[in-house]
Design a protein around this ligand. Structure first.
Ligand code: PLP
Length: 404
């Protein structure tokens, strides 16, 4: 009998990007199959390397990085992050407003643990990067999903956001640029969100991990640059833009109405101390990464590998009958819509599992991103052109035999 059970706190916590379908893929790999992995935004296996300067500086500082550091992070890293935001125009940011973490992931859970009591609600985009929903639920709060509208470039639906606010609502989360949709929000939408937050005294959490991976003329805008009278907590890091997800280097910056949040900030400091500090060697990559030449530009400009692969994957997908897809402006993912009247898809996890077993292609079902219908899935366009052609060609072939 299974008498050692997981805690009740985990009842509503799930992270399906690494869920049961991935377990089946691992089992198939152990049997010797080659799996085409279009499932996780992990740059390293696809030949995207970190700039040499980063590897050099981390190695150079390794000897100095043996001890614990200040629980909010080493001075040079926090100073570099502070100056990074000052240069964007946020003038009141101080070194104490910066927390370095083991990736943005650790800081998202920390920020939610520090805020929520039972019954508190947080507005989360739908679809979302599921760590947000999981972290709210783990912290004892309630994730309430607002619609990002596919018909409007996947931008947040401000009417839906307003409709979902009540006296328990504490905060609104935006993921900008978005995972999984690739939307890069224009200033009007961000201003609309600030207005709502101000009127309802909500904190804004802005996850900007893809801020440097934009493909079109419209560059990314950090919502924190547009307000000084709402509390904004901004998250970003080096995992994607500097191709070092394994180093675990991210940060959180608090700006705006800080003087009304001293209690919350004290809580964040306690939680930050409890994890002692974040991985010290990788913090030496932060100053190096934020200053100087930004090699990510080569990958996202016309002719750059990521931009080319985005275009190819988009074309291959939308050539399949019954599939449409808003072309992502940013990020590493496509979130296509599939016609469930044409294809035999009632349960999207089953569809993704059947594809994996038959064609050895691994995608993630839309419900893994808290999307309520079985009519979406996520495709990572990091694999090279040849692999994208093979994998999406197999999806096409598979769907020919998956009709109603
Ligand atoms: N936020 C979003 C939107 C992501 O897509 C990811 C990773 O895929 C993360 C946060 C986690 O990033 P990190 O590697 O900094 O923990």
């Amino acid at each position: 009998m299974d008498y050692i059970k997981k805690s009740l706190k985990l009842d509503n916590v799930c992270y399906d990007i690494r869920g049961p379908v991935l377990e089946e893929a691992t089992r198939l790999e152990e049997e010797g199959y080659n799996i085409y992995k279009l499932n996780i935004g992990n740059t390293a296996p696809f030949g995207f390397n970190a700039p040499d300067e980063i590897i050099h500086d981390v190695m150079y500082n390794l000897k100095n990085a043996q001890g614990y550091c200040d629980s909010k992070g080493i001075f040079s890293a926090r100073k570099a992050v502070m100056q990074y935001y000052q240069k964007k125009g946020i003038m009141d940011v101080e070194i104490n407003d910066i927390y370095i973490g083991n990736g943005v992931s650790e800081l998202i859970t920390l920020a939610m643990q520090g805020l929520l009591d039972s019954g508190d609600e947080v507005l989360i985009p739908m679809p979302d990067y599921p760590l947000w929903t999981a972290s709210v639920n783990l912290a004892g709060g309630k994730a309430v999903h607002y619609l990002c509208d596919e018909e409007s470039n996947w931008y947040p639906d401000l009417v839906d956001i307003r409709a979902k606010i009540n006296q328990n609502t504490k905060a609104i989360v935006i993921i900008n640029p978005n995972n999984p949709t690739g939307a890069n929000y224009p200033q009007e939408i961000l201003e609309g969100i600030i207005k709502i937050a101000k009127e309802n005294q909500l904190i804004i959490y802005s996850d900007e991990i893809y801020e440097k991976i934009t493909y079109n003329k419209q560059k990314h805008c950090s919502i924190a640059t547009l307000t000084d009278d709402v509390l904004v907590v901004t998250f970003s890091g080096l995992s994607k833009s500097h191709r070092i997800p394994g180093f675990r280097a991210g940060w959180m910056m608090i700006s705006g109405k800080k003087y009304h949040a001293q209690g919350y900030i004290e809580g964040l400091n306690i939680l930050s101390s409890m994890r002692l500090c974040s991985n010290v060697p990788s913090q030496y990559a932060i100053q190096t990464s934020l200053g100087g030449y930004q090699s990510i530009d080569e990958l996202v400009l016309p002719g750059g590998r990521l931009k080319e692969q985005r275009d190819l994957a988009h074309k291959l997908l939308t050539d399949i009958p019954g599939i449409s897809c808003v072309k992502p402006d940013a990020g590493l993912y496509l979130f296509p819509k599939i016609d469930t009247d044409l294809y035999n898809i009632k349960n999207d996890e089953q569809f993704i599992l059947d594809l994996l077993i038959q064609e050895k292609v691994l995608l993630v079902q839309g419900s893994g991103f808290n999307w309520p219908k079985p009519n979406h899935f996520r495709v990572v366009f990091l694999p090279g052109e040849e692999d994208l052609k093979i994998a999406l060609g197999r999806l096409h072939k598979f769907l020919n035999n998956y009709k109603q």
